[in-house]
Write a protein that binds this ligand. Structure first.
Ligand SMILES: [Fe+2]
Ligand SMILES: [Fe+2]
Length: 481
């Protein structure tokens, strides 16, 4: 006698297919066609596993899950889901479903999930594929063993749950990025709670307008990709992707070392006490993924390495300005991938001209510098702008921001005493994050850095008139919720 498993599916064809797979694998499979019949069956014949559809007549998958939690707590419930079931999937995960399978799925995925949930491997089971996590590249579709919803979809495997999820494994995408009719060539996940994500769609599923509208009505704001997929998504979304062939010129260990160092700096120097952790995490995940794109280019990576070697605090400052600028950008709802990436690059390179300024001068508190020394430091804007103008295949805004980030709205900034409307909006945005980081992140003027509230209070008190009010307000909201 095999392990008892109950299949709950109103599509007869799919139900019979599932039954055959489980029976062949040595399970004692029973089939019912709705949730109500499932409760009757479970009352008479307890099952170790319940594999159920979500949308069914009489009693749906969520109601059945509730019933099982109360009346059959030893049964492990696996729900078959899809993009159209996003809200139900969220609810089911919160109630405590044991597993999810995104339709269409392969038999190996079902059997692997049962294994993970504690069923001993069946003797008559066909050898499964190499176990996949969603982070692995999606393998070609094998239509001979896929359970489809009968909608002619091109299914992809890969719905097994990730063994150990952390929030750093995922990057969020705004719902605005899911344009109606667009196919996202990556698996899509929803975040249930801290470090808990559930896959809701396979790569290349099309999302139609009614579905996006329904999500918005339910206050779904973000969907998630794994970090690896997000990097690929960014590379494809950005104009600079054409230049990524240069990646072959950078040795992998060198690139990994650079990225690890950047990740460490984000964690140790850029994270400021008192910052809203949710906003910080989202921006940090974005910056880490975008840094991989930057790290694929010899020229950009070399510039940052030189800056890092020249003055380490400036590298931390630049990463900080990149991160807090992205935070403002996300708060403003500027969510398109090219826009966010441009903002991030502007933050990262705004002070690149500093690498040509004497390190001893940079390490001296400003108050101790004379006028001539200050002028030398202020030349970093023009130097940086020249530098970034000569870099190929990057957004042209970067050179402008590099030149203008010390201008201010009242016309007393440098180098050109521009007034608010003469300063590009990106430069005004970067100026807000730059000002915050000058107070908050350790540097020769503030060797201990500052608590986020204190830094924001200081910049509001001393720099407010020169900063753009709209960006300052968005930043305050992002920082403190
Ligand atoms: Fe600067
Ligand atoms: Fe700066």
């Amino acid at each position: 006698m095999g392990i008892p498993a109950l299949i709950v599916e109103d599509d007869d064809f799919l139900a019979q297919m599932l039954s055959k797979v489980l029976t062949d694998a040595g399970y004692d499979a029973t089939v019912v066609n709705d949730g109500h019949a499932a409760t009757q069956s479970l009352s008479l014949h307890p099952a170790q596993f319940v594999v159920s559809d979500i949308r069914m007549p009489k009693l749906d998958g969520i109601q059945l899950l509730h019933w099982c939690k109360k009346n059959a707590p030893d049964s492990k419930v696996i729900l078959m889901t899809g993009f159209s079931n996003i809200m139900e999937t969220h609810e089911a995960a919160e109630i405590g479903a044991h597993g999810f399978l995104v339709k269409p799925f392969k038999r190996e995925e079902l059997l692997a999930l049962l294994d993970q949930l504690g069923a001993p491997p069946g003797k008559c089971r066909p050898a499964p594929d190499t176990p996949r996590t969603s982070a692995s590249p999606e393998a070609p579709h094998d239509s001979t063993n896929v359970f489809s919803e009968g909608e002619g979809k091109t299914g992809q495997p890969g719905s097994s749950p990730r063994a150990a999820q952390t929030d750093s494994d995922f990057c969020r995408l705004s719902l605005e990025d899911f344009v109606s009719g667009k196919r996202i060539p990556y698996s899509v996940w929803i975040r249930i709670s801290e470090c808990r994500y559930v896959k809701i769609a396979h790569a290349n599923e099309e999302i139609d307008l009614p579905r996006i509208k329904a999500y918005k009505e339910k206050n779904v704001v973000h969907l998630y990709l794994t970090k690896e997929d997000f990097v690929r998504y960014l590379q494809q979304s950005l104009t600079i992707s054409a230049n990524l062939t240069k990646s072959a010129q950078i040795s992998k260990p060198k690139q990994l070392h650079f990225l690890k160092h950047a990740g460490d700096v984000l964690q140790t120097h850029v994270l400021i006490e008192g910052v809203n952790p949710e906003s910080y995490r989202a921006a940090k995940n974005y910056v880490k993924a975008a840094m991989e794109v930057v790290g694929s280019r010899t020229d950009l990576m070399t510039l940052l390495e030189l800056l890092n070697q020249h003055a380490e605090f400036l590298f931390a400052h630049s990463l900080g300005v990149a991160l807090y600028s992205v935070m403002i950008c996300q708060q403003l709802g500027w969510n398109s991938a090219p826009t966010t990436h441009t903002v991030m690059l502007c933050g990262l390179f705004h002070d690149i001209g500093m690498k040509e300024i004497d390190a001893g001068l940079l390490g001296t508190p400003r108050i101790m510098l004379n006028q001539q020394q200050r002028s030398i430091i202020e030349s970093h804007c023009a130097r940086g702008s020249d530098m970034m103008s000569s870099v190929q295949e990057i957004p042209h805004e970067i050179a402008q921001v590099t030149l203008q980030h010390h201008e201010n709205c009242i016309g007393t900034g440098y180098p050109n005493f521009l007034k608010k409307l003469q300063i590009s909006s990106l430069s005004r945005l970067i100026a807000v994050a730059d000002c915050f980081c000058e107070y908050a992140i350790r540097n020769p003027d503030h060797p201990k850095g500052m608590h986020a509230k204190d830094a924001f209070q200081q910049m509001s008190q001393f720099k407010k008139s020169g900063l753009d009010a709209q960006f300052l307000a968005a930043f305050e909201k992002a920082l403190f919720g």
